[in-house]
Design a protein around this ligand. Structure first.
Ligand code: IPE
Ligand code: IPE
Ligand code: MG
Length: 257
């Protein structure tokens, strides 16, 4: 009798034709409510299912070697939804942080939270700070949770910080440069997103990372977030790897005068 060793077939980036991997992927996880409603389910069921996708997306980002994964979980405008849906989303985020923190530490994932901390429920604030502190030593994927986040709100807070520095005599208004603005944003010390994915079919930014998106590539998937599996994620990465990023210049293969 011969012993057989079974190997799990693991596809590498090159196996699926990925020539380059974005360093930072940011995702607008949209379409939960419509996914549920199409099935005759309450919208909240879509959000619940969305957490499963979120866990899979984190694993998949690690597998593909992405360094930063930013997930838009709740916008500064989402407070205008019915109270019941807002409460459900809050409870879901609490449960995710509470249940998954240990696994994230084990997987060497560093959590960062962006968005306004002003007027947040104290227990939520503690939970989010805890997630950042307990994963501060991790050196793997940086998971950026955009919570109570709105890009215009982020600008306003940055403008206030800069104005305070000018008032304090630390900085001259005429000397303010792009780096000073970037340093005052919630995303300071993070690279700009290379790829912004929006699921759910809409083609807009909805106040997400406006400054940081200056040279991001965009990918709009019709797939609602609860169905955005690793194959769909790979489709976005493949589209990215075929893009020609010129940053206002010319392609490296451009010829002529
Ligand atoms: C995204 O799904 C999740 C959040 C905004 C919190 P939606 O709840 O916006 O779902 P749709 O877009 O209404 O289908
Ligand atoms: C953007 O989706 C916010 C999140 C995914 C958290 P929305 O559903 O709030 O955006 P709009 O209202 O369609 O622009
Ligand atoms: Mg939506």
């Amino acid at each position: 009798m011969t012993a057989t060793v079974e190997f799990e077939a693991v596809d590498t980036n090159s196996d699926i034709g990925l020539l380059s991997v974005p360093r930072h992927v940011a995702i607008i996880m949209d379409g939960n409510g419509r996914w549920a409603q199409r099935r005759g389910l309450p919208r909240t069921e879509g959000h619940r299912r969305g957490v499963k996708t979120l866990r899979e997306a984190v694993k998949h980002a690690q597998k593909r070697g992405i360094s930063y994964l930013t997930l838009f979980s709740f916008s500064s405008e989402n407070w205008s939804r019915p109270q019941q849906e807002v409460s459900f989303l809050m409870a879901l985020l609490r449960r995710f942080v509470y249940d998954d923190l240990k696994d994230l530490v084990k997987a060497n994932v560093k959590v960062r939270v962006i968005g306004s901390k002003e007027n947040l429920d104290k227990s939520m604030l503690t939970l989010l700070n805890d997630a950042e502190q307990k994963t501060a030593h991790c050196t793997g994927l940086v998971l950026v949770i955009a919570f109570n986040y709105g890009a215009r709100d982020e600008y306003v807070r940055a403008a206030r910080k800069l104005a305070e520095r000018v008032e304090a005599g630390e900085l001259k208004a005429a000397d303010i440069g792009e780096d000073d603005v970037s340093a005052c944003l919630d995303t300071h010390e993070m690279p700009d997103p290379d790829l912004i994915v929006r699921t759910g079919g809409e083609q807009r930014l909805s106040n997400f990372l406006l400054w940081q998106a200056a040279y991001a590539e965009f990918y709009f998937a019709p797939t609602p977030w609860p169905e955005f599996d690793s194959g769909a994620f790979d489709d976005a990465l493949l589209a990215f790897s075929n893009r020609d990023r010129r940053y206002g210049g010319l392609s490296s293969d451009a010829t002529g005068t």
